[in-house]
Design a binder for this molecule. Structure first.
Ligand code: WTA
Length: 656
């Protein structure tokens, strides 16, 4: 019998049921079990989470109150004391896991390193003591600007251990972006490296930190702790800069974990929004620890025999929750990879899977689409038979990519766990439980137990099956963001005021459009606000527009997303120039470079179009909808009569 084609499978609307041998060995092994957990949690979410918190985490002191919900501000496990680095390290040391691999690191070029739980614990304690020596105290903030090396995870855990909050800034952000974030967080110390390896090149990191701190631009920073990675030349400021390798040999490995209040700040992670500068999403200790622990355990069915690899960077929430905290809290083996597929080594991911016998592999649709382009030969030439579960995150996965992932990488054997979540949610919200939930290509399926998700209209009324609406969450969950750092009002406005409460129940507004099908499966459609999703990275259109208008040639800028086969979406900018400037290719290139300087390479516009004027309403608002149509070469959809000047559109069309 011939294999069905991908098209015929899609037309069949096939369900992929978990294989029996997978289910029988899984933590959650049937839909009946999922349903029971879901209903138990929905009936009394606080009791549900309290029971798990007791079972799964170690506490120095039990909480007095499980949930304190004063919308939109939440507290979980109030009065409880714990330390996430204790839960990720110390508690495993008294078990056989002491000598189990905690982190497996595959570096570039050709480096590798494995740290057992005992070794990782030792290094975390040493770094924690060095931070203390540098004056870092409980409640302080520490900025991390790191390549993908074990020291990135060590630094996060060291901060958590002494009760300092970390704010990790993705190594691809520019010095300007770094400066803004360090200032907003008022970081006391920055941990960085001389450089990191990216796509066969040693890229400088310390130099960007120097630039960010120039002229005392971040007055809160007293020291920079530098890991030697690439051996490249660095400038040195003796009263400020400290080498990690000079401190480590003499640093004490004795550093008991600080008892933290469940609601003490664990980290700030900046993410793009619709307005203004990126916002610092605040996560606290207890709820975040519990939720990342539980979601990894049940949705990825993590076991002691697994070699688990998440390909994200620690600079994003996925790296925080699912390279560092979730896996280590579970005592799992987490693989960290410094490299990325590139022309000189397109099969590197599959080499890593083969080399370490990776069993669980978690990546993004944009990567999967890139692999499809590279051809089946690369994965087929490697032994991928160790894989037993595949995960995806970052954007809606197109069914074609899902099917390829399933067939070519998973050999038709591995459940695909499509996880919908956000920086703000801390952990997976919509996800299959692989031993229970039948999957549909392109759907993140159902809510995790304890998550009450819905699709509603702007008034908060649930929409019918298969009707589009806004994705909302109806009850607080443990790893929910607590606020925007230093800006409670912005938190309230961004997430809680778009949609009014229903019967006194507040609705968390995720910013995504979705529909729910006749089986109750969620299909997330993408952002409904002015946030772009470029290769799974969130970028605010406003942020890029501000970067563009900060260039002297630019009078006005409007940024929209243009559909892109690989990236999902690409940055497309419309720009009007100041009188004395005229359009040219060199100016285009200069403006692109300007955005790279202001934000980082991830925000570089794929294209810029110069315009005499931008389409606006009579009240002066730029009509982005039209620009989106123009950027994608589509017909203009919608009513153009509200426009102030009709000829603007004709002109823009002509120039296309
Ligand atoms: C999108 C990343 C569809 C979504 C963890 C969300 C997804 C934003 C999925 C958050 C998915 C993430 N299916 N869309 N499985 N996962 N998204 O904060 O638009 O970087 O709002 O968190 O990515 O991006 P963030």
């Amino acid at each position: 019998m011939s294999q069905p084609t991908i098209e015929s499978i899609l037309q069949e609307k096939r369900l992929f049921r978990p294989a029996e041998d997978f289910s029988s060995a899984a933590h959650i092994s049937s839909m009946a079990q999922y349903q029971a957990l879901y209903e138990q949690a929905a009936a009394d979410p606080a009791a549900f989470w309290a029971e798990l918190a007791e079972q799964e985490l170690d506490w120095f002191q039990k909480w007095d109150q499980t949930l304190d919900w004063q919308p939109p501000f939440v507290k979980w496990f109030v009065g409880g004391k714990l330390n996430i680095s204790y839960n990720c390290l110390d508690r495993h040391l008294t078990t056989w896991r002491r000598n189990k691999a905690a982190l497996i690191w595959e570096g570039e070029p050709g480096d590798s390193r494995t740290l057992t739980y005992a070794q990782l614990h030792r290094e975390v304690c040493q770094m924690a003591n060095v931070l203390k020596d540098l004056g870092v105290k409980k409640g302080d903030r520490v900025g991390l600007y790191m390549p993908m090396i074990p020291e990135a995870a060590i630094a996060m855990l060291a901060c958590a251990r002494i009760g300092a909050a970390h704010t990790v800034i993705f190594g691809g952000f520019s010095a300007d972006a770094l400066r803004d974030r360090l200032n907003d967080a008022e970081a006391k110390v920055v941990i960085t490296a001389d450089g990191g390896f990216r796509k066969d090149k040693a890229v400088p990191l310390k130099a960007a930190v120097d630039q960010a701190l120039e002229d005392n631009a971040v007055p809160s920073v007293a020291h920079v702790l530098v890991v030697q990675r690439t051996q490249q030349e660095v400038n040195w400021q003796a009263d400020r800069d400290v080498w990690w390798h000079e401190r480590q040999p003499t640093a004490s490995a004795d550093c008991p974990a600080e008892p933290m209040d469940s609601e003490d700040l664990l980290f700030i992670l900046y993410t793009s929004g619709t307005t203004g500068k990126p916002k610092g999403v605040v996560h606290t200790t207890g709820g975040y620890n519990l939720y990342t622990h539980m979601t990894l355990k049940w949705a990825f069915d993590i076991k002691d025999t697994d070699v688990y690899w998440c390909t994200a960077d620690v600079g994003w929430i996925t790296g925080h929750s699912y390279i560092v905290y979730g896996p280590l809290s579970n005592g799992a083996t987490s693989l960290m990879y410094e490299g990325a597929p590139r022309a000189s080594n397109p099969g590197c991911f599959w080499d890593v899977v083969e080399k370490y016998g990776v069993t669980i592999f978690y990546t993004a649709p944009t990567a999967i689409r890139a692999f499809i382009k590279m051809g089946d030969e690369l994965p087929k030439a490697r032994d991928l038979s160790s894989l037993r579960l595949l995960g995806t995150v970052g954007e809606p996965i197109n069914p074609e990519a899902w099917m390829w992932y399933h067939e070519v990488i998973g050999g038709g054997q591995c459940p695909i766990v499509d996880t919908w979540w956000q920086t703000e949610t801390g952990g997976f919200m919509l996800t299959p439980l692989p031993g229970a939930t039948p999957t549909k290509p392109g759907s993140a399926t159902k809510p995790f137990p304890g998550i009450l998700a819905d699709v509603v209209d702007l008034d908060g009324n649930p929409v019918g099956a298969n009707e589009g609406g806004y994705l909302v969450i109806k009850h607080p969950w443990p790893s929910m963001m607590r606020t925007v750092y230093g800006n409670d009002e912005r938190y309230r406005k961004t997430y809680w005021e778009h949609i009014p409460p229903q019967d006194g129940q507040y609705l968390y507004f995720a910013g995504d459009g979705a529909r729910r099908d006749e089986d109750g499966y969620f299909w997330v459609m993408g952002r409904v606000d002015d946030v772009l999703n470029v290769s799974g990275h969130r970028l605010g259109t406003m942020e890029i527009e501000s970067a563009l208008v900060s260039h002297p040639a630019v009078a006005e800028a409007a940024v929209v997303g243009r559909k892109d086969e690989l990236k999902g979406e690409d940055v497309f900018a419309f720009v009007t120039l100041e009188g004395q400037y005229s359009p040219s290719d060199s100016l285009k290139a200069e403006l692109k470079q300007h955005v790279v300087k202001e934000i980082g390479a991830i925000a570089r516009p794929g294209d810029i179009r110069f315009a005499d004027a931008l389409p606006k309403t009579r009240s002066g608002k730029i009509i982005r909808r039209f620009l989106r149509n123009l950027a994608s070469g589509e017909e203009i959809v919608g009513d153009a009569t509200t426009m102030e000047d009709q000829s603007v559109l004709d002109k823009l069309r002509e120039e296309a």
